[in-house]
Design a binder for this molecule. Structure first.
Ligand code: ATP
Ligand code: MG
Length: 438
């Protein structure tokens, strides 16, 4: 992609109503545009990053055997009346009437709808376990939408639902999902802490929030640094090992302010290991048994012929929120550096074009073609602008690697820079090795 042709409306103005870094940066880098309070359009740069996050989430869901589907955004109120949540959900639910006067709503979550799909098709224990998921827009009429994509009204979420015969089996599904979340956040370059959480309006008895540390988060966090030492790679994908993993995480102190107890914190965590900071919730998983299957008649025939309400869990990841959360976690003194796995491009070529330097542009185009042939996704900055402005712009866009064609480049060696590191002079072959995907 040539930057001159890329629809990326960068602005130097600091948006006045944007309070946190990620929001400011996403507006300045032309990633999103607000269309009304808490509702955004995703412009090409922001959309590309969000799609990469979505793809990693999808791959890790598929890997544990979850099956992708797609449910609609607009739902009928009837199933919500059956579960009893139509009234309980309150003003966050956007309610709509169609031309026949039927009550509809824009889905804030999908427990009812997926239970309805399940009850009409699965009858026997033989088809269990099942995990279904979709990645779809949700709407919650938040009282105070703020912080850009972090707390919006319309947001993009992955939500999965598990169906099992017994509590015991359901906990196995829960453990699989727990593992999948740790892995997903790791691939996104984030250190997410699983914290046991209250179940809130979704109900049930087992729940974890996945929280990343950032000064601008909405939850206050108290944790032991040791939680970051747990390496998910040492656990096998069998229930015994996954259960052990969950227990290992639970054995280390990590809570939000609702559960915080100063005395216990000081007793259990030595001073040097104490983390007291803010955090952003990027995922939330619940086990709630038959809370929805019972009122909705989601019944299955068990081995001995009895009808049993299927045991369910639900598992969300805020995909659009993750774009902002990743910025909050990685932003460092005016420089944004995307993790390689979700960077909008693998590398940017920045030729010095001052004084009509066509030679540098030609060189840049040659390198561009060469890298493209190797399936490397390249941005070429062909905009006629001085180098200092170019560098500022690329600190903002955050592509982690730059090839700079300036005074220090030689005939077949170029300046290569990883953001936040020193420039090296390297051949194109050496650069390709550096860019190789992990
Ligand atoms: P929060 O506590 O932040 O209000 P929640 O507990 O209501 O979130 P869940 O129902 O658990 O959210 O939704 C799953 C995930 O969806 C959350 O972990 C979060 O990442 C994301 N999410 C929830 N609400 C929003 C929102 N208003 N804007 C963007 N993402 C959201
Ligand atoms: Mg939550």
């Amino acid at each position: 992609m040539y930057l001159s042709k890329f629809f990326v409306p960068i602005t130097r103005n600091l948006p006045t109503d944007a309070k946190i870094k990620s929001h400011q940066l996403m507006l300045r880098a032309g990633m999103i545009k607000q269309s009304s309070a808490g509702i955004y359009s995703w412009l090409p740069l922001g959309f590309k990053i969000m799609k990469k996050i979505e793809q990693i989430v999808r791959e890790e869901q598929n890997r544990i055997g979850a099956q992708e589907m797609l449910m609609p955004t607009i739902q009928s109120a009837d199933i919500w009346k059956e579960s009893g949540r139509y009234d309980d959900y309150g003003e966050e639910m956007l309610r709509i009437k169609d031309r026949q006067g039927r009550e509809m709503l824009y889905g804030p979550t999908n427990e009812e709808l997926v239970t309805d799909i399940f009850r009409s098709s699965v009858k026997s224990y033989k088809s269990l376990p099942q995990i279904l998921y979709h990645i779809q827009w949700k709407f919650r009429d938040e009282i105070r939408p703020r912080f850009g994509v972090m707390r919006c009204r319309e947001f993009f979420m992955k939500d999965a639902y598990s169906f099992d015969l017994s509590d015991e089996d359901a906990k196995k599904s829960y453990n699989k999902m727990f593992y999948s979340y740790i892995k997903t956040f790791n691939r996104l370059g984030l250190k997410a802490i699983p914290m046991s959480a209250d179940t809130g309006p979704i109900g049930g008895d087992l729940s974890h929030e996945f929280i990343i540390l950032a000064d601008t988060g909405e939850s206050q966090i108290y944790a032991d640094k040791k939680i970051f030492e747990i390496d998910f790679k040492k656990y096998n994908f069998d229930n015994e090992s996954l259960q052990k993993m969950r227990e290992d995480f639970s054995s280390i102190y990590a809570v939000t302010d609702e559960k915080y107890n100063e005395k216990m914190f000081n007793e259990r965590v030595k001073k040097a290991n104490q983390i007291k900071t803010k955090g952003i919730e990027v995922g939330h998983i619940f086990y709630f048994g038959d809370k929805y299957s019972k009122p909705l008649n989601g019944l299955i025939d068990s081995k001995d012929g009895k009808k049993i309400a299927v045991k369910m869990g639900s598992y969300g990841i805020g995909i659009s929120r993750l774009v902002g959360a990743t910025i909050e976690a990685n932003y460092n003194s005016e420089v944004m550096k995307w993790p390689k796995s979700i960077s909008p491009f693998d590398v940017v070529i920045i030729p010095n074009l001052s004084k009509n330097n066509t030679e540098n542009l030609e060189k840049a185009e040659k390198i561009y073609k060469d890298l493209k042939k190797q399936n490397i996704d390249v941005l070429l900055d062909d905009v006629d602008e001085n180098m200092s402005n170019k560098f500022k712009k690329h600190d903002l866009i955050g592509i982690p690697y730059q090839i700079i064609l300036g005074s220090k480049s030689e005939k077949d060696k170029f300046e290569f820079k990883e953001l936040n590191s020193k420039i090296e002079i390297l051949s194109l072959e050496a650069i390709k090795l550096k860019l190789k995907k992990d």
